[in-house]
Ligand binder design. Structure first.
Ligand SMILES: Cc1cc2nc3c(=O)[nH]c(=O)nc-3n(C[C@H](O)[C@H](O)[C@H](O)COP(=O)(O)OP(=O)(O)OC[C@H]3O[C@@H](n4cnc5c(N)ncnc54)[C@H](O)[C@@H]3O)c2cc1C
Length: 379
């Protein structure tokens, strides 16, 4: 069977779902495929949404945990954390299974055709090869969107830039009893547990997420062992510890900054595929939503004019310049190679200046840069 669509979106994570929905709402014929058989399984994110995202995007109601205002930063050894409290609600953790499912319903209601358990296998004879439970189909699409994550196959096929600077992360998630304390985000800066990033516990009084992330080749003994070691002593968890049954999540995190070449006349990249992740905090949910809006504007303009010219305005290099500061700080974090180096940074973090800098990173209003609006053709 062969098909003709305006846009084929590969990957039904948040970036793919959002891009597909926006395009369908503007009347375009959109096919969204994902290799996962269900969107509620194999989740690859903790799901922490920052205030700016919560302010600017209508996330599905009932899919967010209680607000978090407290962050604790721990040195190796976990003694005397730096406690930072905000006057505002800073974070909420998404209940990601239901959130993806609700976003898929919204997409379908907008007219997106969603096909799961279907893998994009590449471009063949002017079409795109999709392999599903019933075999292979070739689909023709005017534009191809790579929303297929950090190791994007679409990026390769379109000859666009690909992520080379990656962390890997893994976490365990389980229900917790109400701790009787404010919901909190505990961050441990210990390179022996999380080389180049941090180990975390997010406990919002409903669920606890216990995780580590770092450079794959720098975990002494591997990431799985680091996670086990951390989970055994992690702060902020109920006394009873973690249950036998936990949900496991994990995946790569691109931290090299937005890629330069993310669009071409045949299509474009969004979300992790485009490297749209903060190099410092490794937060990708806000950037993927914002870049998807830009992508939808560009594709809408191209479909309406019948010309690919608007895709030239989808320029990662221009937006990337705004990541300079965060890329510099990422390099600094990557250089913290031993627990002793991390411990030595804490006296500075405890000073008013250090606390103010940490507050700026954690509670600041920084976000993904607003792309220049695409001039839309007159209908
Ligand atoms: C452990 C971990 C914790 C994180 N925690 C946070 C956090 O708390 N807050 C935050 O802001 N960011 C976090 N991030 C980053 C954030 O999750 C990502 O930036 C964001 O989810 C990216 O969304 P996406 O839609 O681009 O990609 P993804 O959600 O990865 O979606 C890509 C989709 O493409 C599909 N796919 C891939 N290849 C194919 C193919 N060939 N054919 C068909 N389908 C394909 C996959 O199945 C997947 O569904 C975390 C990342 C990790 C790994």
């Amino acid at each position: 069977m062969s098909d003709d669509v305006d846009v084929l979106v590969v990957g039904a994570g948040l970036a793919g779902l959002h891009t597909a929905t926006l395009l369908a709402r503007r009347g375009h014929d959109v096919l969204l495929v994902d290799r996962r058989p269900t969107l509620t399984g194999a989740i690859r994110t903790t799901g922490i949404f920052v205030r700016k995202t919560l302010d600017d995007f209508a996330l599905p109601p009932g899919c967010l945990g209680p607000p978090i205002r407290r962050v604790l930063l721990y040195p190796p050894g976990l003694r005397r954390p730096v406690v930072l409290d905000s006057e505002r609600d800073e974070f909420r953790v998404g209940d990601m299974g239901p959130l993806y499912a609700a976003s898929a319903r919204t997409a379908a209601a907008a007219g997106v055709r969603i096909v799961l358990a279907t893998r994009y296998e590449g471009r063949r004879d002017g079409g795109h090869l999709l392999a599903g439970p019933d075999g292979r189909v070739r689909v023709r699409a005017r534009f191809l969107v790579g929303a297929d994550g950090a190791r994007s196959r679409v990026a390769r096929d379109l000859g666009l830039d690909r992520n080379r600077h990656l962390l890997v992360g893994a976490e365990e998630v389980f229900a917790v009893p109400d701790p009787g304390e404010p919901p909190a985000f505990h961050c441990v800066l210990d390179p022996s547990l999380a080389p180049g990033y941090l180990a975390w516990v997010v406990n919002d009084g409903r669920h606890a997420h216990v995780g580590v992330a770092g450079y794959a080749d720098r975990f002494p003994g591997g990431m799985r062992r680091a996670l086990d070691r951390f989970a055994a002593t992690a702060p902020g968890l109920p006394r009873a510890g973690r249950p036998e049954q936990v949900e496991r999540r994990g995946g790569p995190i691109p931290v090299g900054g937005l890629l330069r070449r993310i669009g071409c006349p045949d299509g474009l990249l969004v979300g992790d595929a485009a490297g749209a992740v903060s190099p410092l905090t490794a937060g990708g949910l806000d950037p993927c939503l914002r870049l998807s809006e830009h992508a939808a504007d560009v594709l809408d303009a191209a479909l309406r004019t019948g010309r690919p010219d608007p895709l030239a305005g989808y320029d990662g290099a221009a937006l990337r310049a705004r990541f300079r500061g965060r890329l510099l700080l990422r390099r600094g974090l990557a250089r913290l190679r031993t627990p002793a180096m991390s411990a030595a940074a804490f006296p500075l973090l405890r000073t008013p200046l250090g606390r103010a800098a940490a507050r700026r990173v954690l509670f600041g209003d920084h976000s993904f840069p607003d792309p220049v609006a695409v001039p839309l053709p007159v209908r």
